[in-house]
Design a protein around this ligand. Structure first.
Ligand code: IPE
Ligand code: IPE
Ligand code: MG
Length: 234
């Protein structure tokens, strides 16, 4: 892994937990619980490999369609996740939450706000966690913020630029997204970072998220390093 071009910001679509559990004749939430352990390990692997920022898709705006008992299990797990995330915020890691957390219970909301606030000056590494996140909702929210400023007369529509839209996204304080990794064999974004992924590289893998290893991460980074990113140039 030495002397190669390591991505600064990787997005992980943590998919395949349900299928992993099904293969073992276990409930889907067993897969989510294993997936949460891999999430923690992946943060450390990213740091060891020289990545600066990692964003994890944990719960989408569309995932509310799932059965009640699965949602309940995920919320229970989220409370556990929060304890783990708090340990990370003591290790010079900044935590940024992407998504509309108003949908979560009061205790979860308060914890998430506290963790993002107490870690905001940490500079060693950035962990983004997408919770009740959707790329379309993020863009609609940016449009809302910008139009409110126009209505107040602070801004004219002529001043709406790509940079301004970017400054209204959850990722505004993160480095540009270089690489999206999606395990589980699906080859789609499922509403993850749709604006930010405009020029990102994609690596799709057949491994299910609970089986994702450091070797898989290294392979994805090596593949990324061998790609020729032209950004529309020659
Ligand atoms: C991803 O795993 C976790 C969440 C969406 C919360 P899935 O639960 O989507 O697993 P599969 O795709 O059904 O295997
Ligand atoms: C994307 O996975 C969302 C997360 C990993 C949190 P899904 O399992 O929800 O995506 P689809 O339904 O296969 O597109
Ligand atoms: Mg899935």
């Amino acid at each position: 892994m030495e002397n190669i071009n390591v991505p600064q910001h990787i997005g992980f679509i943590m998919d395949g937990n349900g299928r992993w559990a099904k293969k073992r004749a276990m409930p889907r939430n067993f897969g989510h619980s294993r997936g949460a352990e891999v999430f923690k390990k992946t943060i450390n692997w990213c740091r060891e490999l020289g990545v600066k920022c990692a964003t994890f898709y944990a719960f989408s705006t569309e995932n509310w369609k799932r059965p009640d008992d699965e949602i309940k299990g995920i919320m229970k797990l989220l409370r556990q996740y929060i304890k783990d995330i708090r340990e990370f915020s003591d290790e010079d890691i900044r935590i940024i939450i992407l998504g509309d957390i108003s949908a979560f219970d009061e205790d979860i909301r308060a914890e998430l706000l506290d963790i993002t606030d107490t870690s905001k000056d940490n500079t060693g590494f950035i962990v983004g966690i997408a919770l009740n996140y959707g790329g379309r909702a993020e863009l609609a929210l940016a449009a809302k913020k910008i139009s409110e400023r126009c209505v107040l007369g602070e801004l004219s529509p002529d001043n709406i630029t790509e940079q301004l839209v970017e400054s209204c996204l959850y990722t505004s304080e993160m480095p540009p997204l270089d690489l999206v990794i999606r395990p589980s064999g699906e080859q789609r974004l499922s509403n993850f970072l749709i604006w930010q992924a405009a020029y990102a590289e994609f690596v799709f893998m057949d491994v299910l998220w609970p089986d994702f290893t450091k070797k898989d991460l290294e392979n994805a980074i090596e593949e990324y390093a061998g790609r020729n990113r032209r950004f529309g140039g020659v």
